[in-house]
Design a binder for this molecule. Structure first.
Ligand SMILES: Cc1cc2nc3c(=O)[nH]c(=O)nc-3n(C[C@H](O)[C@H](O)[C@H](O)COP(=O)(O)OP(=O)(O)OC[C@H]3O[C@@H](n4cnc5c(N)ncnc54)[C@H](O)[C@@H]3O)c2cc1C
Length: 424
């Protein structure tokens, strides 16, 4: 399949990255008979192995968070531990003999000037490819906001570096960010006996399960995973979900507070060892509650419209009383006086395409594409947030995006191979 000309490998399509996106791309290209190669700088699905905390389990049940072609072994309602998620992708790649080379990093991709295709510089030499697919992930570079204090003596890590409570020094922790990572880490630290402050911004918090169906099912039947764009004004709204406590695991900020976590509003600034929070905790929690209740309403309406026989669950609408940290919100906190010795920044990730030197980015430097087909002919992106829909970064969503991109590649190959009658 691959031809060697001296040091340079020639291949039709090069996929960069062997996470779920790269594996899905390889499966679809294999089915279409497109010669390709996947380069992965570490191991298959490396991020699941070494770039996430030890206790992480998939956010969705096994029957849902998977590719169509392979089921997880065991209970389909289980939430699969991260190592097994990684093993799943290794097994999946083996299933169709995916041409993946691990331990090879792509350092630079450039469009050829005097001939079609791209020259790719890797840690193991040069590659010539007609097409490249960037499958390097939606969460490449941990982002810590500029407000992070320069104060000595405070341990600061990003959620991507967090592994377990033992890693942190004695003392309290401020977790900044209450999306799925922040709430899970704060919960784990509090249960391990730490004093935890959790800084909460705008979020959605779907019920883990309602009327015997997991929220992933509800979002599916209600068409939410297929939403093509974020609703206006929700660009900074994160989703707070966890698989850590099974079907009982609805993220409920009031419950986290009653459990012993001190909730605070959005983190605003650090000055001389004192952190200040916006006065928006109550607003943020109420907004999340509304999102939760709206989903219950939509689920009830769906059940009624379709005449489904699912048990009623009125108690799902009971809200816990407002905890003290909501009635008397903390707006300022001296870190030393509060005994806080570490800060975990669960503040998300950015992409990094500094190695992709092609005309596939807009003025703001963001990938310019339509469903992954970029503005630079022959360059594709897969796995990005909202690539085609809400589900695009998730295991079950990326597979469908990869299929579309593989189809596009196969069609382009057909055009390239075409010869008019005079050439035959
Ligand atoms: C904490 C957390 C929990 C999540 N839980 C779930 C969940 O439960 N269910 C779900 O569906 N989704 C979940 N996601 C979202 C998503 O499924 C994962 O982020 C997933 O890892 C994305 O897969 P990917 O293949 O797009 O990217 P990645 O997994 O990031 O894979 C990209 C690969 O590219 C490699 N790479 C990068 N640059 C280069 C280079 N220059 N040369 C060669 N190789 C390179 C990397 O080593 C990496 O292996 C979670 C995300 C996070 C952060």
């Amino acid at each position: 399949m691959t031809t060697r000309t001296g040091e340079t490998i020639e291949i039709d399509t090069l996929i960069i990255g062997a996470g779920q996106a790269g594996v899905a791309m390889s499966e679809h290209l294999s089915k279409l008979g497109v010669p390709h190669l996947v380069l992965e700088r570490n191991r298959i699905a490396e991020r699941w192995r070494t770039e996430r905390w030890d206790s992480l389990v998939a956010n969705g049940p096994a029957w849902h968070d998977r590719f169509p072609g392979l089921e997880f072994e065991g209970d389909p309602e289980a939430f699969i531990p991260k190592e097994q998620v990684a093993d799943y992708f290794v097994a999946y790649a083996e299933k169709f003999n995916a041409p993946i080379r691990t331990g090879v990093e792509v350092k630079k991709v450039e469009r050829n000037v005097d001939r079609p295709g791209f020259t790719i510089e890797t840690s193991e030499g040069l590659i010539e490819a007609n097409r490249v697919v960037a499958a390097t992930g939606p969460f490449q570079r941990p982002v810590i906001p500029a407000i992070a204090p320069k104060t000595e003596g405070i341990t600061q890590i990003h959620s991507a570096e967090y592994r377990n409570p033992d890693q942190l020094p004695e003392g309290g922790v401020l977790v900044v960010g209450a999306g799925s990572s922040g709430v899970q880490i704060a919960d784990e630290l509090q249960r391990a006996g730490k004093q935890v402050h959790l800084s909460v911004g705008a979020h959605d918090r779907p019920p883990r399960s309602y009327r015997n169906r997991d929220f992933v099912w509800w979002l599916g039947v209600l068409g939410e995973w297929d939403a093509e764009a974020m609703k206006p004004g929700t660009e900074h709204v994160t989703i707070a979900v966890t698989g850590a406590h099974g079907e009982k695991g609805t993220v409920d900020f009031r419950a986290l507070a009653h459990q012993g976590i001190t909730l605070v509003g959005l983190t605003e600034a650090f000055n001389n060892g004192t952190v200040s929070f916006k006065e928006n905790l109550v607003e943020n929690v109420n907004r999340g509650d509304k999102n939760y209740l709206d989903l219950l309403d939509a689920a009830d309406a769906y059940i009624e419209r379709n005449g489904l026989d699912l048990p009623e669950e009125p108690e799902a609408r009971n809200m816990l009383p407002e905890p003290d940290c909501m009635t008397n919100p903390v707006l300022e906190l001296n870190l030393a006086e509060a005994g806080i010795t570490s800060i975990i920044w669960a503040t998300g990730f950015a992409v990094d395409y500094s190695w992709l030197n092609v005309n596939a980015f807009d003025e703001a430097g963001k990938p310019a594409h339509q469903r992954g087909v970029s503005t630079e002919p022959g360059v594709y992106f897969v796995g990005l947030p909202w690539l085609s829909r809400r589900g695009s970064t998730f295991i079950w969503g990326v597979w469908h995006d990869a299929k579309h991109i593989a189809d596009h590649i196969a069609t382009q190959r057909k055009y390239s191979a075409y010869r008019d009658p005079s050439q035959l």
